[in-house]
Design a protein around this ligand. Structure first.
Ligand code: PEP
Ligand code: MG
Length: 600
């Protein structure tokens, strides 16, 4: 990319064109000041009043969020309110005022920085979100104590502008007025950060994770921002602005079509019913999965329950979470993936010697079987939740048959124990294998015999088949789930499951993308579990294609020599049914082989 381009993660779709308003929103400089002993209690009272006022303000923001974005989104503010009610934290600030005679703002800043450092040290992505929420509250309280308004940064925006910030919290996002703020760029933040969820609900295009944005973008710089692709263009030419506007029109046309399919069934034109489930990593994603009519959860990741915490989650807490998710999808299954810990994801209670090859190390089911105390707790929670919902259990990184046998034995033993203990629980749950190693794919026929379902994790299956570390940016252009070797394994698994009469699905990222979803249907998968935001697009694609054509394309793909060849022939086949320009305005069909019926 040239010097005029910046790259981040598109977290809320849409194009925005406008001058940059650079916002510096951070903890203010708090002067170090001590007060006479006689004024200490006055400082404590000032602190309490400020916390009370800020709480009222956050409650107002919550009401605004409920109005503008919805009830689920408004719950994002629950955490900020809880923090303002946290007696332990507030009394620690009061103690500091009393012991050191500090001003309320200095004591609050001191304790807030302490919390920030502790949370940062955990490295947990979920706590990172909480940290942004916490910073939002801390800035408000301190600004209030210093008699400054935390929202003043938004004043002075008089024309449609793109806001650029180091970090954006949900409190500021919900106040954005679309007439004035047409786009949001932030150096920090991820797709699942609270500000991203709100920006998405409010329909404000946003690109987060743009490294160097604050340094590179001067106030007033004209910008074209693409919240779908995650790009920012500085100083665009009139032609680039015109192209951006055309692209936005295309996006809106697609968005309208997507909206229309939300309540329609996912059926191909030749009548094959495809089941579309959602992948849920964090509880925040449940709302999107439900709103997009996911038919259950095909991959409920559970690592967040443990990462960033100093203690293991209790059986009751897990039961409550699994039951809540299960009951959010009545009539549909929720597939709990047992802890996929290890590799680079070893939480504090598990610290062991660093491993030379963590991706080939003590991971996933290996950790669970070696540490039955955590595994059994999770199994018991699943069994208990299964008394109230359709809960399935799925084991990650299987490479051997005995891993399934041992898991099944643990499930039976715990079910019997729960009965003996008189605790309400299901007598059993379906146990499935996550096929994400070549070993599991090659053994798929045997695994299908001893399990209740198979689900392919193509992220890891690609990594282990091609021996390409999925997190290594240097190898990114070698990481191809469409490689013919991976396709052969996918086909073997689908065939093995069908022969054994067991359901098979795909829950890796590739299922979330139209071209690959078409391929997977052709390879014989009738259940896909996809990232919740991608559900409408995948359903829209399913409803335009024929399964017979997908099968023919998949046959051809299996004969291809390279991943690029696979992609080319898939594009050609899909273009017979779908206007590819709608999916990607830059889509190009392979030269000289344009399909006659291509609509563009
Ligand atoms: C996969 O490997 O494809 C998968 C879905 O699991 P994760 O991305 O959590 O490893
Ligand atoms: Mg995996």
């Amino acid at each position: 990319m040239s010097e005029r381009w910046l790259k981040g993660i598109g977290v809320s779709a849409g194009m925005a064109v406008g001058p940059a308003v650079v916002v510096r929103w951070a903890l203010p400089e708090v002067p170090h000041r001590v007060v006479p002993r006689s004024q200490v209690e006055k400082e404590v009272r000032r602190l309490r009043a400020a916390v009370r006022d800020v709480k009222r303000h956050v409650q107002e923001l919550q009401a605004k969020a409920e109005d503008r974005a919805g009830v689920d989104e408004a719950r994002i503010f629950d955490f900020q309110i809880l923090m303002l009610e946290d007696k332990e934290f507030l009394s620690s600030v009061e103690d500091l005022i009393r012991e050191n005679h500090l001003t309320a703002e200095k004591a609050f800043e001191f304790k807030a920085l302490e919390v920030r450092d502790t949370w940062t040290a955990t490295g947990s992505p979920q706590l990172k979100d909480r940290l942004t929420d916490f910073a939002g509250v801390a800035i408000r309280v301190i600004e209030h104590l210093m008699h400054r308004g935390a929202d003043e940064v938004w004043e002075g925006i008089t024309q449609p502008s793109v806001v650029v910030a180091k970090e954006v919290g949900p409190g500021l996002t919900v106040q954005l007025d679309r007439e004035h703020v047409v786009g949001l760029i932030s150096e920090e933040g991820t797709r699942t950060s609270h500000a991203a969820i709100l920006a998405h609900s409010l329909g404000i295009p946003a690109v987060f994770g743009v490294a160097g944005a604050m340094e590179r973008i001067e106030p007033g710089t004209m910008l074209v921002m693409d919240g779908t692709r995650g790009t920012v263009l500085l100083h665009p030419t009139p032609q680039e602005i015109a192209e951006a506007k055309t692209r936005e029109l295309g996006r809106r046309a697609l968005a309208e079509q997507l909206e229309a399919v939300v309540d329609q069934p996912a059926v191909t034109v030749d009548g094959v019913r495809i089941v579309l489930r959602g992948n849920v990593d964090l509880p925040d994603e449940l709302a999107a999965a439900r709103n997009h009519r996911a038919e259950g959860v095909g991959l409920l990741r559970t690592e967040f329950l443990i990462m960033g915490h100093s203690a293991l989650p209790s059986e009751d807490d897990q039961t409550e979470y699994f039951r809540r998710v299960g009951q959010a999808f009545p009539g549909h299954p929720v597939v709990i993936r047992t802890y996929d810990l290890g590799g680079d994801k070893l939480p504090a209670p598990f610290r062991t010697q660093p491993e030379p090859n963590p991706q080939l190390g003590w991971r996933a089911i290996r950790v669970c079987l070696d540490r039955p105390e955590i595994f059994r707790t999770q199994v018991r929670a699943a069994l208990r939740a299964a008394a109230h919902a359709d809960i399935w259990l799925m084991i990650p990184l299987v490479t051997r048959l005995d891993e399934v046998d041992r898991t099944r034995a643990i499930v039976s033993e715990e079910a019997a124990k729960l009965t003996r203990e008189g605790i309400t629980a299901a007598a059993s749950v379906p146990v499935g294998v996550m096929v994400e190693t070549p070993a599991a794919a090659v053994l798929a026929d045997r695994l299908a015999e001893i399990s209740d379902f198979l689900s392919v994790g193509t992220n890891d299956l690609t990594q282990y088949t091609l021996a390409v570390d999925r997190g290594n940016a240097r190898l990114a252009d070698r990481f191809h789930p469409h490689d013919p070797s991976v396709l052969r394994l996918l086909k073997m698994v689908a065939d093995a499951a069908r022969a054994a009469g067991k359901p098979a699905s795909v829950c890796g990222e590739m299922a979330s993308e139209p071209l690959s979803a078409f391929l997977l249907i052709g390879l014989g998968y009738e259940t896909l579990s996809v990232a919740p935001p991608a559900l409408p697009l995948v359903k829209w694609t399913v409803r335009q294609v024929s399964a017979a054509r997908a099968r023919a394309a998949a046959e051809q793909a299996l004969q291809a020599r390279t991943a690029d060849e696979v992609l080319d022939l898939l594009r050609l086949a899909l273009a017979e049914a779908v206007d590819l320009k709608l999916l990607d305005p830059d889509a190009r069909l392979p030269a000289g082989r344009r399909a006659a019926s291509l609509k563009v």
